[in-house]
Structures are given as C-alpha cells and as structure tokens.
Design a protein around this ligand. Structure first.
Ligand SMILES: [Zn+2]
Length: 163
C-alpha cells in the first residue's frame, strides 16, 4: 500500500520531501512533549541513517515521529512509506524500560536509553528495507541488520539484494 499527496494544506506533521502524505497522527497518539535531549539524539540517528545507510539501500529519506505506542511496542515502521520511511518511536517507553532494567540489573540509564533508541530505529529500518525490497517482514533478519550495524557499522545485505 502506498500513500500519495492529495491534500494542499500543510499538515502539522511535515515531511515535505516525501512522495507520500502519511501523517502518524492518523493512527497514533503523538507525544507532544518528548524529552528534548533524547529527541535531539534521535534526530542525530535519523541523520546518520539518511547520510550513511539510505544511499546504500537505495532509499531516499527517513523521518522519526514521536509517538505514544503503549501496547504497540517501543518503535514502529509505518508499512508502505518506503522509500521515505516513517519511523514512530516512543522515547518515554524506551526510557522507562531502561530505568526498570538498570534498577534491577544496574547500568547507566542514559547510556542504555541511547542504545535502545539507536537499535530500535535500526531494527525498524530493517523492516523498511524488507518492505522496499518486497521481502517478507522477518523479525530475525531485522534484528540481525540492527545488531550488525550497531556493533560493526556494516550495512547487512538483505536476501534478494543483487549487490
Ligand atoms: Zn520488528
């Protein structure tokens, strides 16, 4: 399923570069007050995706939406939005999960939250690549893509890619 621009009005959610007009507010609760520091970190990961990974995987541009996902997880790729993938991310939920984890097992919450944001976005990017390449949604493959990139900086080639 693809989304194309039909509206003339500039929506609150703005992704003018995209060829679709998908607005996360249609399907999700928008987090109106994401933590500024974590939002800035998230934007830096999106910039990294756009500059380093998108050209390699033949996509155009990614954008993050700050959402409250509740029982729908901590991050989501909006199916059908590639090659301008929209990633929903719930940074409050990621922060809370990391606080709980560090409370129980120890560790630095600030560090863990950033790892959580980065690896979640890379996992969802794996799904966006699957979608763009007409591959089946594969959790293990998306997770491997994220893990290999986060650990080594290497961009894993997904099945079906001719390169
Ligand atoms: Zn997944």
């Amino acid at each position: 399923m693809r989304f194309f621009k039909i509206a003339q009005d500039e929506p609150e959610w703005s992704f003018p570069e995209a060829e679709h007009d998908y607005d996360p507010g249609w399907d999700y609760d928008v987090d109106e007050s994401p933590d500024e520091e974590l939002k800035a970190y998230t934007e830096s990961v999106i910039e990294e995706i756009n500059s380093k990974i998108m050209p390699v995987v033949d996509m155009e541009m990614a954008k993050a939406a700050y959402l409250t996902l509740e029982d729908r997880g901590i991050a989501v790729y909006i199916s059908g939005t590639a090659p301008y993938p929209v990633f929903g991310i719930d940074i409050k939920a990621i922060a809370k999960a990391c606080e709980n984890m560090c409370g129980e097992y120890g560790g630095d919450v600030c560090v863990e939250v950033r790892i959580g944001i980065r690896s979640s976005l890379m996992h969802e990017l794996g799904h966006a690549i699957q979608d763009w390449m007409d591959l089946p949604m594969d959790e293990e493959q998306a997770e491997n893509f994220a893990r290999i990139y986060c650990d080594t900086g290497e961009i894993m080639t997904l099945n079906g890619n001719s390169e």
